[in-house]
Ligand binder design. Structure first.
Ligand code: FAD
Length: 434
């Protein structure tokens, strides 16, 4: 008996039977059968646990993923379960999540991505605010309070790096920070494209003591209710449910306890955040691939044309296997990266030696580069295999098609990843003593 699904669309284009087969439960089942042999028991059990929560949540709240739903309403429920971030136990705020780590967070992402891709991406942006506070809270109560709000889903967060005139060149920022005698700072300038910003209580932002001088960068935690935080929503039609912001900081005063990194420390803090950010985007992208392939696989096994299921036509079946093989192989690469990252973090007590951290920069760029490119291909090709059903509004394929086109830009564009990789390649050549 297939689950009954309330429509999320204008007109039902796909027949009842196939639409029922595309349920969250069935898509999880296909995913689990694919991953069962690749995951260890702890990873697999955690994946199933989050999946169970998502299925119940969807059913209990009659979620259709239709245009009228506000994905930000769902954050507190996921936060209560500890499903905003699982990268670590968060002992400093007494939540002590177990299991945790990069590989476990990958599992969390898989379950959330299948549930709702835009919701998963919004959560990823909150994690970008969580990471720097986690690294630089120094046990200061206001910082720990902010961290707790974000990790437990009390409030979404955002990170403000990009400016209208400084995107890829994120080191030469124009937003200024002026230190006051009491140790507070006054910020002035503009930021843009900051995911979640209009809905956020907490923002982590960068500014410079001298505009355009990366050596004078500093990092701040901002409560968006403070005077001088002015935020307008920027429309990104490919993710219509996400709220992105354009902010003006007008004499925004940041008290001393909220300065996460003083003048001169901002650039290091910025770079430190880029490896987890890129791995997060890589994970999100590969999860989009799985969601798209799962839709296409279910559809191709049920849709008939010329009196035959379309999977049996080589044009469909062989295309699908090509997408499937690429996604499985890159999943294995990403999983291996996450597992060795977790092992090293454990071995070195959470602080990686500089040479290992350096090597991870190149790996993170490679994975981000490769998975975002793949996601764009897989989501498009999977939709294509579903014909009109892949393009209409009856399934999440429309969301996947659109969101997969964004990932190459966020967190450093494709060309910037290539630039980073080419510098890393040069570095490795020099280290090889040839
Ligand atoms: C949906 C979405 C969410 C985002 N979320 C956030 C967020 O939460 N926080 C945040 O701070 N920012 C965020 N961003 C901003 C994002 O990181 C920037 O858009 C991105 O870094 C590119 O900057 P830009 O848009 O100014 O493009 P530009 O830097 O102007 O780039 C334009 C083009 O030039 C290319 N280019 C630039 N420099 C070089 C170079 N040296 N070599 C080769 N090619 C180059 C780029 O690859 C690109 O193709 C988001 C953006 C989007 C679209």
């Amino acid at each position: 008996m297939e689950e009954e699904k309330k429509p999320r669309y204008m007109v039902q284009a796909i027949n009842d039977e196939i639409l029922g087969k595309l349920s969250l439960k069935n898509r999880y089942s296909f995913l689990n059968n694919n991953l069962m042999a690749l995951l260890n028991q702890e990873q697999f059990n955690f994946l199933k646990k989050v999946e169970k929560f998502c299925m119940r949540f969807e059913k209990k709240n009659n979620i259709t993923h239709g245009p009228e739903e506000d994905i930000y309403d769902w954050i507190p429920a996921f936060g209560k379960e500890g499903y905003i971030s699982r990268t670590e136990p968060f002992e400093m705020i007494d939540v002590n999540y177990e299991p945790s780590g990069a590989a476990i967070d990958f599992m969390r992402n898989l379950a959330l991505e299948f549930f709702d891709p835009q919701f998963a991406m919004g959560g990823g942006a909150t994690v970008l605010a969580i990471n720097p506070i986690k690294e630089h809270h120094e046990n200061i109560p206001v910082r720990l309070d902010a961290l707790k709000d974000l990790v437990t889903g009390q409030a979404p967060g955002c990170i403000c790096i990009t400016e209208p005139e400084r995107g890829s060149d994120a080191v030469h920022q124009l937003t200024t920070c002026e230190e006051q005698p009491d140790g507070s700072f006054i910020l002035n300038g503009d930021k843009i494209y900051n995911t979640n910003a209009p809905k956020s209580k907490w923002a982590v932002a960068y500014a410079t003591a001298e505009a355009n001088n990366g050596n004078t960068m500093a990092q701040f935690l901002i409560n968006t209710s403070w005077d001088g935080w002015i935020c307008e929503r920027v429309g990104i039609p490919w993710v219509p449910k996400l709220y992105l912001g354009k902010e003006t900081f007008r004499n925004l005063r940041v008290p001393k306890e909220y300065v996460l990194g003083g003048v001169g420390k901002g650039r290091d803090h910025l770079f430190e955040g880029l490896v987890p950010e890129r791995i997060g985007i890589a994970i999100m992208s590969i999860c989009e691939c799985w969601n798209a392939i799962t839709h296409a696989a279910i559809y191709a096994n049920n849709r008939k044309q010329f009196d035959k299921m379309i999977l049996l036509f080589q044009g469909v079946g062989f295309t699908l296997t090509d997408l499937w093989a690429k996604t499985t192989n890159l999943t294995l690469g990403l999983l291996k990266f996450c597992e060795s990252y977790d092992e090293k973090m454990e071995k070195f007590g959470g602080v990686l030696p500089k040479n290992i951290a350096q090597a991870l920069v190149a790996s993170a760029s490679m994975l981000k580069y490769h998975t975002t490119s793949l996601s764009k291909e897989i989501c498009y090709e999977s939709a294509n295999l579903m014909g009109g059903a892949g393009l209409c509004d009856n399934t999440l394929m429309n969301d996947l098609l659109n969101i997969s086109r964004i990932q190459e830009i966020v967190g450093g564009s494709r060309q910037i990843q290539q630039y980073i990789m080419s510098m890393a390649l040069r570095q490795l050549y020099k280290m090889s003593g040839i």
